[in-house]
Write a protein that binds this ligand. Structure first.
Ligand code: GLU
Length: 330
């Protein structure tokens, strides 16, 4: 383990000062594992178990690389980008639309500015913009949301940003709803079933715990986006694609739900050293079947897609080295 590697993973650690000023040799740290944190999402989402699975796979070979991986919960994609920007974590899972906006300094990042330092390790699975409504809410199409009690997602979440973009597209303001809230993903199903809200939004892989809770506890329904809305969003925002939430994943939601989608991506910055990036990619790529089995939303992972689908920031050089060495198309 080299001193510089330690430095780039744990910027704030006092030992980095020792490394740099005392010139301690690499062997001094050989036995001490370096902590590597992945910032994820809420426990009822998919980022958290997906990050946990990546960590478990990496930790299995800890003896070889001396990395000790763990996950933290988070407010979601926007919060994860801020943590990467502030060097609070080396790794985070982020929606591909938010990744693109952050890299270029667009929409929600117009004020904070672009992040050219963002780098990708790989993408994972599709996430769908998901509208969930109470069965008795008399909401049978998107336009019925007007004048209803709608939870647009907690600040810091990807769904909050995606919903705001959709509202802009529809010319909706927050005042068009009778009540607006910003609950965490873990709280929305209960609020819906307790009749505190009529609808909530989520951007996540399917099936997931939050939607399962809502559909199991109070017969909540998934609401499709109208085809013309999907078409107009895709035209204005190529960072989204058409998506379908398959029927049958949730109780009493047997038909397919048409919507827009993004991709969950594992991001870092150019501060992460090449060897660490390489080891994270290696752990995932060499155990893809186990990764897929860790959560039903991760089914269908394909290395050929994971190197580019949903990725708009450059691949980290350590990741690119792994893909080159293993002839995986980038
Ligand atoms: N897409 C959500 C967000 O960016 C998180 C979904 C999840 O945790 O699976 O906030």
């Amino acid at each position: 383990m080299s001193c510089m590697r330690f430095f780039s993973v744990r910027l704030t650690n006092a030992l980095t000062w020792m490394c740099l000023t005392l010139g301690i040799s690499s062997s001094a740290f050989a036995a001490a594992p370096v902590n590597l944190t992945i910032s994820t999402g809420s426990v009822s989402g998919v980022y958290y178990p997906a990050g946990g699975a990546i960590c478990r796979l990496l930790n299995k070979s800890q003896k070889q690389h001396q990395l000790r991986c763990s996950v933290t919960t988070s407010e979601g994609s926007i919060a994860n980008i801020q943590k990467l920007r502030n060097n609070e974590v080396p790794l985070a899972i982020v929606q591909s639309d938010i990744e693109q906006h952050a890299f270029t300094g667009a929409t929600e990042f117009a004020q904070s500015g672009p992040m050219p330092q963002l780098r990708a390790l790989f993408s994972l699975y599709s996430e769908a913009f998901t509208l969930v409504v109470r069965e008795d809410s008399h909401i049978s199409q998107l336009s019925d949301l007007v004048s209803k009690r709608v939870d647009i997602g907690n600040p810091g979440s990807g769904e909050r940003a995606t919903m705001e973009l959709l509202m802009q597209q529809l010319n909706w303001k927050q005042t068009d709803f009778s009540q607006i809230s910003g609950l965490h993903a873990d709280e929305r199903a209960q609020a819906l079933c307790d009749n505190q809200i009529d609808a909530f939004v989520y951007v996540a892989g399917h099936p997931n715990g939050a939607i399962r809770e809502a559909t199991n506890s109070c017969d909540a329904k998934l609401l499709p986006l109208p085809p013309e809305q999907i078409a107009s969003i895709l035209k204005a925002h190529p960072e989204y694609s058409a998506a379908t939430i398959p029927g049958g994943l949730y109780r009493d939601n047997d038909t397919d739900t048409a919507t827009i989608g993004v991709t969950a991506t594992l991001l870092t910055t150019d501060k992460l050293d090449d060897e660490t990036a390489y080891q994270v990619v290696k752990a995932a790529m060499e155990n893809l079947e186990q990764l897929e089995r860790s959560h039903p939303a991760l089914k269908g992972l394909n290395p050929e897609n994971m190197t580019h689908v949903g990725l708009t920031v450059p691949l980290h050089p350590g990741a690119a080295r792994y893909y080159r060495e293993h002839n995986i198309k980038m």
